[in-house]
Design a protein around this ligand. Structure first.
Ligand code: ADP
Ligand code: MG
Length: 407
């Protein structure tokens, strides 16, 4: 990676300094406002520990939900702040219900070395998503150093991700990547740039349209591209197969046909499928060959022969990249395909392969299945990891200071 990280900062650049750290605390909540998965908060602890241990005064900025530029009480970062305080086990972290106003500045000026504050939702401010320069300057005034550890928000050019970094660098202040950001870029960059072979990509999920650019970018680089999820149906249609009432993107059938021609033998499609009449718990399920999808039935998962074939390819890989579940894994009757592939990826990791899972739902699936610690890296960024894999520049990364040549 050609961007500076906190490891490139000297002790005197951190001790007693106000360090603004952009984190991604956009965590899922249940109906009662309780956090159901704190992975993203936990993932920032290495960066926070490193900064606090060196005596930094940490100012955390984050967004939550889509309040569209005004305060929405249900989208407060307070629950994230409370969870962070629990995870930090009593070390000084507190939440301030203000972002760039007097209360925020007051709290920041009261910080002692080794203490942190989490400020309120950046998206409460209308300038955030506009990457407004006045707001960027207000945010920059909160710190002496900027650290971006919010990989999941790095594909957005917002005031707290891009604008603030630009302003601080113009003021001669460092703007560097946090440890999580660096790890994300190292793993995602490593698999696509210098993969050990065979390199197998597994792409699934609901829609071909959202992932077409990733498929196109990966095809020349991979040895095998394994397809699952509803997007397989669009390929089936391109092959002239019947798909019943399955989710198919009619306007992408031609595109799927082109991809099949381009891919040669690299593209693997399901040989059998689990079909049902409705995507609900308790619905009837049957396994059929892909040539025999009945009228009035929809594909909800890949079948057992497919799991076996994909498992063989994945277990033989030395690099695996997985984005998108194989079926409607939220419903137990249609989770076997995703589970089977997840187990194959975990086995590949155990056998020495580098394995990376990107995509919000795929990450949730491997975590739910208890397999996340047998994956080399589970990305915290859904949209950001997709855009990175498409080969696009992430504005939040581009805005950071470059490493000097030869360093
Ligand atoms: P990720 O977040 O990992 O990138 P996506 O958002 O692209 O994944 O897709 C996940 C969704 O795809 C899940 O909600 C899952 O239920 C759905 N899905 C997978 N297979 C099918 C299918 N055969 N029919 C309908 N939906 C599917
Ligand atoms: Mg998703």
């Amino acid at each position: 990676m050609n961007k500076k990280t906190i490891a490139d900062l000297r002790g005197d650049e951190l001790e007693g300094r106000r360090v603004v750290v952009r984190v991604d605390y956009n965590v899922p909540l249940d109906d009662h406002g309780k956090i159901t998965d704190d992975t993203r908060i936990r993932a920032t602890l290495p960066t926070l520990d490193a900064l606090l241990q060196q005596g930094a005064r940490v100012v955390l900025l984050a967004h939550f939900g889509r309040p569209k530029g005004k305060p929405v009480p249900e989208m407060s970062l307070r629950p994230a702040g409370e969870r962070l305080a629990e995870l930090m086990e009593g070390r000084g972290v507190h939440f301030v219900p203000d972002t760039t106003g007097r209360e925020a500045h007051g709290a920041v000026s009261m910080l002692r070395n080794g203490e942190a504050v989490l400020l309120e939702n950046t998206r409460y401010l209308p300038g955030e998503e506009k990457n407004d320069s006045a707001l960027s300057e207000e945010m920059a005034a909160l710190g002496d150093v900027y650290v971006n550890d919010a990989f999941g928000a790095a594909h957005r050019a917002h005031a707290s991700t891009a604008g603030i970094a630009r302003v601080m660098r113009a003021q001669g202040k460092p703007a560097v990547a946090g440890l999580l950001m660096a790890r994300e870029l190292e793993f995602l960059g490593g698999v696509v740039e210098t993969p050990a072979r065979p390199f197998v990509a597994i792409i699934g999920g609901a829609k071909i349209s959202g992932k077409i650019d990733v498929i196109r970018a990966l095809l020349p680089k991979v040895d095998h591209l394994v397809i699952g999820g509803a997007m397989a149906n669009t390929f089936f249609r391109a092959m002239g197969l019947a798909t019943g009432t399955s989710l198919v993107e009619e306007d992408r059938v031609e595109l799927a046909r082109e991809l099949l021609a381009e891919a040669g033998g690299k593209l693997l499609l399901p040989a059998d499928c689990v079909v049902t009449d409705r995507l609900e718990a308790g619905a009837q399920a049957a396994t059929v060959d892909r040539e025999a999808i009945p009228a009035g039935r929809m594909v909800a998962d890949v079948g057992p022969r497919t799991v076996e074939a994909y498992g063989t390819v994945v277990r033989a890989a030395r690099t695996v990249l997985w984005n998108g579940p194989m079926g409607v894994f939220e419903i137990p009757a249609f989770a076997a395909g995703t589970r089977g592939v997840a187990e194959a990826v975990a086995d590949a990791t155990d056998a020495g392969a580098t394995t990376v899972v990107g995509g919000g739902d795929s990450a949730a699936a491997v975590t739910e299945m208890g397999l996340d610690d047998r994956i080399s890296h589970v990305s915290t960024g859904g949209g950001a990891s997709l855009e990175f894999l498409e080969g696009r520049e992430l504005p939040g990364v581009a805005a950071l200071s470059d490493r000097e040549e030869g360093q």
